[in-house]
Design a protein around this ligand. Structure first.
Ligand code: NAP
Length: 497
């Protein structure tokens, strides 16, 4: 049946990062212009707008880190600096005139489902009402400040990489860095030559592999050739995605273990180049490769071998006005302390207070751990969809691809609400339980549950990721199975089988 499009009904999208932008574009393309996007930052791009620490680089080949409908050859390198990803986001936003739909500097604080509408309140006290709400808040949003005694006592400059202070002058300073994930491995090589000394406080070594295919410059003539031949550009991006997919699948489900063995060998080769055996031993992980997200860097180990770089593996006991006190009693004095400690990945839309049917609070629903139906919908929260929600494939694959599949999956449901065909639609509690029971049952056999501590694990120790191939998730996003949803019409409700 074909329904009239009804643009009187309204959609609110929370977040104008990659996901929220894609969602707004798809809604506009489908003919629904009654869309408001709320964005807490002053511009689009989400994590690429807020992050600007030295060395920040896209660690996915940039051509594939673009929308499938908006490939771009305008990157100077295979893995370019953050400014180029930010420029891409801003250019796409301008091309689709998204800025006229976005309310910038507006953070949504509350969302309440009342009388079949979503009532939104922003932190500055304004309110809005919509028929559908899309939560595109991303996972790299709530900074993780480590709970170390004395954190507030440090007398020098303290900065989190996710909230970088561009006026911070590191030249000639004694710098301490806590955390050695992807952020740290980009930051350290970028600052090592200007600081007087750098102490890196490492809790767990990470597996660091060289960039796939190196990081070659893309010349102007290469870019022009791609501009002239959009199909070639699309094919190139698709090839890159295929090879990432093969690697991600290989780490997870390759029963021969060949993919992981190859990656491990590449990491070991790089570790083997470290001259100091003590440093090499400390940088060598003691858990299976792939258990934490792989890190790509060509420059981290060389930077850590510079004379002014020091790796500290004694545990941190406390922070004092002059620096960090480690478990061996030593005080490491410093002028600047940098927290490269990442994000609280399981917070999802929090601290927003979201109340669904009968006022049920999402914080209570998720009290025992976050869950969703296929990463996009939650029972008791009708007409609300998430992008990159719980168990979305988040590993080394491109989140932009995943976001597009998720949007494609729930868009027909949204269209039914906007057309007036559905009063409401929500994930069925039974289907969600079956789905999650299956996920949880398959997790113990995955690489993520093989004995490391990582941000993939939720507070119950369950990996909150997709435990199967990328293709299987893509397949599951092709069409929503209406048996997994409860639909309400004006006069009736669908029966859940
Ligand atoms: P991260 O991967 O979560 O790493 C945080 C680091 O901080 C870990 O080394 C962790 O140690 C350490 N840490 C946390 N709490 C600590 C504590 N209390 N005491 C001591 N150490 C502590 O964070 P990230 O490197 O900022 O990366 C965040 C996300 O952004 C990741 O998904 C990453 O892949 C992504 N990222 C992507 C790009 C890109 O180019 N696409 C670039 C940068 C980051 P343990 O390992 O022991 O927990």
């Amino acid at each position: 049946m074909v329904f009239e499009k009804n643009s009187n009904k309204k959609v609110i999208v929370v977040g104008a990062g990659f996901s929220g932008m894609a969602c707004a574009i798809k809604l506009l393309e489908a003919g629904y212009s009654n869309v408001t996007v709320y964005e807490k930052n002053a511009n689009v791009g989400g994590t690429w707008e807020t992050n600007k620490y030295p060395g920040l680089t896209c660690d996915v080949p940039a051509m594939s880190y673009t929308y499938s409908f908006e490939r771009s050859p305008e990157f100077s390198r295979q893995y370019p600096a953050w400014q180029e990803i930010r420029a891409y986001c801003r250019n796409v936003s301008a091309k689709y005139d998204l800025n006229s739909y976005i309310q910038f500097n507006k953070e949504v604080a509350e969302a309440d489902f009342l009388d079949n509408k979503w009532h939104i309140k922003t932190t500055d006290g304004e309110s809005d009402i919509a028929d559908v709400v899309i939560m595109a808040t991303g996972v790299l949003r709530n900074l993780n400040y480590p709970d170390i005694p004395g954190m507030g006592d440090f007398a020098g400059d303290l900065v989190h990489t996710g909230k970088w202070d561009e006026s911070l002058n590191l030249k000639g300073k004694r710098v301490g860095v806590i955390g050695n994930g992807a952020t740290c491995t980009q930051l350290v090589p970028a600052i090592i030559d200007e600081v007087a000394s750098l102490e890196l406080f490492q809790r767990t070594a990470h597996w660091v592999a060289p960039f796939i295919g190196g990081n070659p410059d893309v010349s102007e003539s290469q870019r022009q050739a791609l501009r002239d031949d959009p199909q070639r550009m699309q094919d190139t991006a698709n090839r890159m995605l295929k090879s990432i997919e093969k690697m991600v699948d290989g780490i997870l489900v390759d029963t021969t273990g060949q993919t992981t063995a190859n990656l491990k060998q590449q990491c070991m080769d790089r570790l083997g180049e470290i001259k100091d055996p003590d440093l090499r031993a400390k940088l060598t992980p003691d858990y299976k490769p792939g258990c934490k997200r792989f890190i790509w860097s060509e420059t981290f180990y060389p930077a850590m071998q510079k004379e002014n770089a020091h790796l500290v593996t004694e545990g941190i006991e406390s922070i004092e006005p002059k620096g960090i006190r480690t478990a061996d009693g030593k005080l490491h004095e410093m002028d600047v302390l940098i927290l490269a400690t990442g994000y609280r990945m399981h917070d999802y839309m929090r601290p927003m207070k979201i109340r669904g049917e009968a006022g049920v609070l999402l914080d209570d629903v998720w009290d025992d751990g976050e869950f969703a139906l296929r990463g996009v919908a939650i029972p008791e929260f009708p007409n609300m969809f998430m992008i990159m929600g719980p168990n979305s494939p988040l590993t080394n694959f491109s989140v932009i691809e995943v976001a597009e599949w998720q949007i494609g999956y729930f868009m027909p449901l949204i269209e039914q609400i906007l057309s007036g065909e559905f009063l409401s639609v929500q994930a069925s509690a039974e289907a969600t339980k079956i789905f999650n029971d299956k996920l949880i049952a398959s997790m113990p056999d995955t690489i993520w549950a093989s004995g490391c501590n990582s941000y993939y694990l939720d507070k119950n120790g369950n990996p909150n990721v997709w435990p199967d191939t990328v293709a299987s998730y893509r397949e599951s996003m092709k069409t929503a199975d209406m048996k997994e949803f409860v639909v309400r019409w004006e006069d009736r409700e669908s029966k859940v089988s």
